[in-house]
Design a binder for this molecule. Sequence first.
Ligand SMILES: Nc1nc2c(c(=O)[nH]1)N[C@H]1C(S)=C(S)[C@@H](COP(=O)(O)O)O[C@H]1N2
Ligand SMILES: [Mo]
Length: 314
Amino acid sequence: MLIGKTNGVKGSEITPPDVYLRRREFLLGAAAMGLLPAIASPAQAARLQAAKSQYTTDEKITLLDDITAYNNFYEFGTDKTDPAANAHTLTTTPWTVKIDGLVDKPADYALEDILKGITLEERVYRMRCVEGWSMVIPWVGFPLAEFLKRVAPQSSARYVAFETLKRPSEMPGQRGILQPLPWPYVEGLRLDEAMHPLTILAVGLYGETLPNQNGAPLRLVVPWKYGFKSIKSIVRISLVDKEPPTSWNLQNKNEYGFYSNVNPKVDHPRWSQATERRIGEGGLFSKRRETLMFNGYGDQVASLYSKQDLTADF
Ligand SMILES: Nc1nc2c(c(=O)[nH]1)N[C@H]1C(S)=C(S)[C@@H](COP(=O)(O)O)O[C@H]1N2
Ligand SMILES: [Mo]
C-alpha cells in the first residue's frame, strides 16, 4: 500500500465538536419531522437513532473536515487528498446492488429497497488504517446481518464477497496506464464476521449522507480490521463457499492477508503495527498511540478467532 503524503490534513477549516453536536441535534430533529432528505429518504431519516450502546465509543470524534479530506479511495487517486478533490464526479443515484451466489433471494436491489424497513443507527467507531493512522468516525448505518438475513443465505454459504463500482468514466483512478490495483476493488469476510453485530453497512456519517469520498452511497464498516477491509461504493454482495479474493491480497499477498485483523503484534513486512497516529491530534510530532488488539474490539470479536494462529492467518 502506498504511503501517501502526511501533510494533507487540514486543520484550518474545522467543525468544533460543540457545533457538530448542535447541528446533529438539529439534523436528528429535522429528520424526525421529515424535513431532511439527506439520508436516502425522509422516511429513512426519521428512523435514524443516535444509539448509545456497547457499539459506540465515547472517544473524541475526529473533525468532519479531517474525515472528509484525508481518505483512501484509490478509484479517485492514491494521494490522501485525491478522493476529496475528485470523488464529486461519481453519480450515486440511482444505485443498484446485485445480490447473488448462495442465497434464496438473489436480485438487483435498489438502494431504497435495501433501506426499506431498516432502522438507521449512529455508531461511533475507531477506525485504523494499515498505514498507521486512525480516526474516530460517527457512522450512520445498520447491521449487515440484518440485510443478509433478508436475502436468506443458503446453508452452504461460508463467506461474503463484496465488489465496488467499476466506472472509469467517473473514476479517474481507473483510467490511464499505471493503475495501483486491479479493478473492481473487491473484499471479503467470513460469514461469521459478516454476521457479527459490529459489522455495519454505512449510508452516512456525522448525521448526514455519506460524502462520495467516504464511499457513497453504501460502504462496509468492519472496525476491528484494517481500513482496507471496509470497502466503499458497493455494487455487489455475493454469498460464496470459498474464501473470496481481496484487492490488496491480489496486489501483494505477502503484505496483506485475508483476515487483516488489527494486531499490534503482527507487523507489516515493511513497518511496525504497534502504534498509530490519531488524525487531528497535533500533526506529525505528537505522541503516537499504542494500537490495541482488534483495534480495541477484542472483547466482542476475539472469540471468532480462538482456534486460529493469527500470525499465520494475518
Ligand atoms: N473501493 C475502495 N474501498 C476502499 C478503499 C479503496 O481504495 N477503494 N480504501 C480502503 C482503505 S485502505 C481505507 S483506510 C478506508 C478509508 O476510509 P475513509 O476514507 O472513509 O476513512 O477505505 C477502504 N475502502
Ligand atoms: Mo487503509
